[in-house]
Design a protein around this ligand. Structure first.
Ligand SMILES: [Zn+2]
Length: 498
């Protein structure tokens, strides 16, 4: 027996089986019931979301001689069977990608004037319709203006913006959505069950996520990746270069605790084991996004700040893969920056002790505030705004809490009056993060370590977007004072001296 690809075999044969496009199904069924179908439709949407399958369903519904009460095709009459088997002459499917010119269109239009041979109605499905040439569209337009009563056009496209407005205005448009991964998983499980394929849930989940809303691709992948009626996560992982949730979880834990050394080791292992690092980054971003959404809904400011920073760094990493000389470098840089290193090295130069002790341990901010100064803090310098700016990276280095470091990096010292230092923040998120009592104490200790003076900190929101001070290359340069004018509002950052 001829082997039929799963996606063909499991194409929806009635509207009820159309997956993930409820709005389309409902509207079309209503139109059929109320005899309000139009002669030209545009089905727009990503690939593999059911556009041509739906077009075929309409073809059946418009021709079936025994429609059910729910307006479903019977799938038993000659016409239904003819369409299911792809041999009904009155259903014409054209791939505009390969038949895009005026000649093909003329040819098609000439035949339109002949009444249907066997069916009630002639249906023309034009796939990838946006590929038609301008002349072909013009020829089509004339037919759309006055179609014979038995002719129906369904234009399917992944790029509706490329279809002329004149055409669109004569069609009823349906937008097909990406199918969510849960729906795809359910469909894959259903097919696996009927085909007696032994599948691991995680394998199906990975395929569904990878398909980006396209059911056809997901079904195709499942068929392609199974071996001897078995589909394992191991195999999917290997073939798609994906890393799996435990890996992401493990990596996330390193990030959360600022454990740069283990995070870097982890990336190295991924690389050695042949994982696709951009793909890993995409999966990581997806997980971060989910966590971020959860943190926002629970109003957890700390977590939101941390996750925003992570998302930022790894989105940057993802953008850099294309030009990366060393494949793992973008991820490594993201880790190092996130854990609060790189920029400090650059600015502080040789005097920095590169020991990653800070990142290796998760230290509660309160404990950090109470801890004794480490050896690197023995040099003491005069407290003035020039020195504060010059020592900024070193001060950041003295902070223990990763989120606090992140906030610090998104602020700049703008003025020092007496012992009160004003910091300008790019966003309220970062300012709020800084202005907790524990964090202020931690910061003051950092200042104390370096300047041997108590410094009070006051935060203000910066009005004008400026580059974070951390990018200043020459540490000895005097700071600019532009920020003071840009003060938007004062935040109660006064702290009682210990
Ligand atoms: Zn039928």
């Amino acid at each position: 027996m001829e082997k039929i690809a799963f996606y063909r075999k499991y194409r929806p044969q009635n509207f009820d089986h159309l997956v993930g496009q409820d709005h389309v199904r409902q509207t079309l069924l209503n139109a059929l019931r109320e005899k309000r179908t139009v002669h030209a439709y545009i089905f727009a949407g990503p690939r593999g979301t059911g556009k041509t399958s739906t077009a075929r369903l309409i073809a059946k519904a418009l021709n079936c001689i025994a429609l059910t009460e729910k307006m479903e095709p019977c799938n038993e009459c000659d016409l239904c069977i003819g369409i299911n088997e792809g041999r009904l002459i009155d259903l014409v499917e054209i791939d505009a990608a390969s038949n895009r010119g005026i000649d093909e269109m003329r040819d098609l239009i000439e035949k339109i004037n002949f009444a249907p041979t066997r069916a009630k109605n002639k249906i023309y499905i034009i796939d990838e319709a946006h590929m038609l040439t301008k002349e072909a569209f013009n020829a089509l337009l004339k037919t759309l203006e006055e179609p014979p009563p038995y002719v129906y056009f369904i234009l399917c496209t992944t790029e509706p913006h490329k279809i002329p407005e004149t055409i669109i205005s004569r069609c009823q448009r349906f937008d097909f959505k990406r199918i969510d991964s849960r729906t795809i998983m359910a469909r894959l499980s259903y097919i696996a069950q009927l085909e007696k394929i032994e599948v691991e849930d995680k394998a199906i989940e990975a395929i569904a996520k990878n398909a980006e809303g396209g059911l056809r691709d997901a079904i195709g992948l499942m068929e392609q990746l199974m071996i001897d009626k078995k589909l394992t996560f191991e195999r999917v992982k290997e073939m798609l270069g994906i890393s799996g949730n435990e890996n992401i979880d493990e990596f996330y834990k390193f990030l959360e605790t600022g454990d740069a050394s283990n995070a870097l080791q982890f990336i190295q292992t991924l690389y050695k084991e042949g994982y696709d690092l951009p793909q890993f980054s995409r999966e990581l971003l997806e997980v971060l996004r989910e966590k971020l959404i959860a943190a926002v809904s629970e109003n957890k400011t700390d977590a939101i700040n941390r996750l925003m920073a992570m998302t930022d760094f790894f989105q940057n990493a993802l953008d850099k893969f294309k030009n990366a000389v060393i494949p793992q470098l973008p991820l490594e840089i993201a880790v190092i920056e996130l854990c609060g290193y790189k920029k400090e090295f650059a600015a502080a130069g040789a005097q920095t002790t590169a020991e990653p002790t800070v990142a290796a341990k998760k230290i509660e901010s309160k404990k950090a505030a109470a801890a004794v100064p480490d050896e690197s803090s023995c040099e003491l310098v005069e407290l003035n705004i020039t020195n504060i700016n010059a020592r900024w990276p070193r001060i950041v280095e003295h902070l223990k809490t990763p989120t606090l470091k992140q906030s610090f990096r998104n602020s700049r010292p703008s003025a020092l009056k007496g012992n009160t230092l004003t910091l300008e923040f790019k966003s309220r998120f970062y300012m709020d993060e800084m202005m907790t009592v524990a964090h202020l104490a931690e910061m003051e200790k950092a200042f104390y370590d370096i300047f041997n003076k108590k410094v009070r900190i006051k935060g203000v929101l910066q009005k004008i977007e400026i580059a974070p001070v951390i990018t200043v290359e020459a540490p000895a340069e005097a700071p600019t004072k532009t920020g003071a004018q840009g003060v938007a509002e004062f935040f109660g950052g006064e702290v009682v001296e210990e």
